[in-house]
Design a binder for this molecule. Structure first.
Ligand SMILES: *[C@@H]1O[C@H](CO)[C@@H](O)[C@H](O)[C@H]1NC(C)=O
Ligand SMILES: *[C@@H]1O[C@H](CO)[C@@H](O)[C@H](O)[C@H]1NC(C)=O
Ligand SMILES: *[C@@H]1O[C@H](CO)[C@@H](O)[C@H](O)[C@H]1NC(C)=O
Ligand SMILES: *[C@@H]1O[C@H](CO)[C@@H](O)[C@H](O)[C@H]1NC(C)=O
Ligand SMILES: *[C@@H]1O[C@H](CO)[C@@H](O)[C@H](O)[C@H]1NC(C)=O
Ligand SMILES: [Cu+2]
Length: 240
């Protein structure tokens, strides 16, 4: 019995090489707004993880980090950029972002870098692809995120370490807006090979010749901000 169902599961896994992860959620949903669902994914080389920006209203990102610093961008890591959906899209189409796994041997940690109305990463909006058994598990990662002193907002590229996208997120309708999205020049050919920390991820704002001011900086999170945000929330501010 057991082995029979195992065979069925294994066959199903071999067929479906695509996993869907919802980015953000409705306020009333189990787990609240600040989550990736599922937050723990298994995906083999060349399979695709499709992130669907389904939390409405929402303003989220999928940004690679590390177990050590869950809420800081990993040098050379991938980043979807911010995707904002204020209301249901008129045609029902949601933005998607496809990440292809290039190395399934190491865990791929990620977070949402949105700070408003409270830092999503610190509030639990983190996830992992191909976690290994042991101390570096999802629960430990999320606890570390909850204890983070700030959230890094520097813009990463399409190519990450262990996973890469070949295109920025789709922007299906006028109801969806991107902010500081990845530029085409962030695409490096050939996929990620090891830690190429040079792809403009951490620290410096990546300004790729656009007229828009880009505030891609790491913004510290302090108690005053918490108080202000707390007040906003108490006052019924819009929750993104
Ligand atoms: C969505 O997030 C981005 C990045 O923080 C910000 O520039 C933009 O103003 C946000 N949109 C709203 C409606 O808050
Ligand atoms: C979007 O549509 C769904 C289903 O029709 C509805 O339950 C939800 O309240 C809508 N959300 C917003 C923000 O209008
Ligand atoms: C997946 O690709 C990486 C990078 O090329 C390689 O190190 C790893 O062994 C591959 N995984 C499997 C299961 O072959
Ligand atoms: C997760 O990691 C923590 C320490 O980082 C450990 O205490 C806990 O037992 C681990 N949980 C599992 C299920 O391995
Ligand atoms: C992601 O993949 C799905 C399924 O193949 C496709 O429908 C969608 O357009 C892709 N999204 C992007 C942004 O390429
Ligand atoms: Cu978020």
């Amino acid at each position: 019995m057991r082995s029979a169902s195992f065979v069925v599961l294994a066959a199903a896994a071999a067929v479906s090489a695509q996993t869907v992860v919802n980015v953000g959620a409705e306020q009333a949903s189990p787990g609240g707004i600040f989550q990736f669902n599922p937050n723990t994914i298994t995906a083999t080389n060349n399979s695709v993880v499709t992130f669907v920006f389904s939390g409405i209203p929402g303003n989220h990102s999928v940004t690679q980090s590390s177990f050590a610093t869950p809420c800081e961008p990993l040098a050379g890591g991938f980043d979807s950029g911010w995707i904002e959906i204020l209301k249901n899209t008129t045609d029902g189409t949601l933005p998607t972002w496809n990440l292809t796994i290039t190395n399934d041997q190491t865990p791929i940690w990620f977070y949402c870098k949105q700070l408003a109305p409270m830092p999503h990463c610190i509030s639990g909006m983190v996830g992992v692809i191909n976690v290994k058994p042991g101390a570096n598990n999802f629960t430990a990662f999320q606890s570390k995120a909850a204890a983070a002193s700030g959230v890094g907002e520097a813009q990463g590229g399409l190519v990450g370490i262990g996973a890469s996208a070949s295109a920025p997120p789709s922007i299906p309708t006028a109801d969806v807006t991107t902010f500081l999205g990845v530029s085409a020049s962030a695409t490096a050919p050939g996929g990620a090979s090891g830690a190429s920390g040079a792809s403009g991820a951490s620290g410096a704002p990546s300004s790729t010749g656009s007229g828009k001011p880009s505030g891609a900086v790491s913004i510290g999170f302090n108690l005053n901000m918490l108080v202000v945000l707390g007040g906003l929330l108490a006052g019924g501010a819009f929750v993104l």
